[in-house]
Design a protein around this ligand. Sequence first.
Ligand SMILES: CC(C)(COP(=O)(O)OP(=O)(O)OC[C@H]1O[C@@H](n2cnc3c(N)ncnc32)[C@H](O)[C@@H]1OP(=O)(O)O)[C@@H](O)C(=O)NCCC(=O)NCCS
Length: 192
Amino acid sequence: MPTLTHDAPPIAFRDPKRAAEHEPTNWSRAFIDKKGARATARSFRPQDLKALQEMYFQFEPKQIAQRIPPRTEEQISRWLRCLTHDGENIVALIGRRLVGHAVLCDLQDGRAELAIFVHQDFRNREIGTQLIQLAKRAAMAAAYRQIWISVESSNLQAIHVFQKNSFQFLGSFDTESEMVLDLSPTGRQIDK
Ligand SMILES: CC(C)(COP(=O)(O)OP(=O)(O)OC[C@H]1O[C@@H](n2cnc3c(N)ncnc32)[C@H](O)[C@@H]1OP(=O)(O)O)[C@@H](O)C(=O)NCCC(=O)NCCS
C-alpha cells in the first residue's frame, strides 16, 4: 500500500485527469511556534529544493518511517525529485531556514497519502501540527475524501500528533498502524 518509499516512487497526480484538474496551489500560514519564533508553513516552491535537500541530508534518524527519508544524499535527491514533481508539497520555515516538510500523494481512489517530517532540532514546537493543518486544506481543495497514513505502531510521537489532529485508527498489521483523516463535511471541524 505505501507509495512513498524511495524505491517505489509516488504516483500523485500522474492520473492525467486529476493532473489537469489540479490547480497549482499557493497555501501559506504564518504562526508563532511554541518557542516564540516566527514561522511559516506554505506551499513548496521550486527554489526551495536545495533547502529541502539540505534538511533531509541533516535529518536524523534516516529511514524512520517506511524506510524514508532515504539514507544517502543521492537517494534523497532522487526521492525529492519524484515527490516535488508528483506530490502536493508543503514546507515549514523558521526565518529562512526550512525545518519541516509534508507531502500528499494521490492513492487514485479519492484518498491522499501523507508523509511528514520535521527536523529533529525543531520538533515539539507545533510545526508538525501546522503542516498537517495546511496539508488538510490542500487535500480538501483537491477534493480528496480522506488523508491516509501508515505509521509504525512504536512511533508514539507521530501517533500522538496525528490523533491530536483528528486522525483515527483504521487498523494495524504487523508493526504498522493505518490512520485516516476524514475530509467529509462532518470531519472538517478541526481547523485551528
Ligand atoms: C511526527 C512529527 C512530524 C511531529 O512534528 P512536531 O513538529 O514535533 O509536532 P508538534 O510539535 O505539532 O507536536 C508534537 C507533540 O508530540 C508530543 N510528544 C513528544 N514526544 C512524544 C512521545 N514520545 N510520545 C507521545 N507524544 C510525544 C508533544 O508533547 C506534542 O504534543 P502536545 O502538543 O499535545 O504537547 C516529528 O516528530 C517527526 O518528524 N518525526 C519523525 C518522522 C515521522 O515519524 N513522521 C511521521 C510518519 S510519516
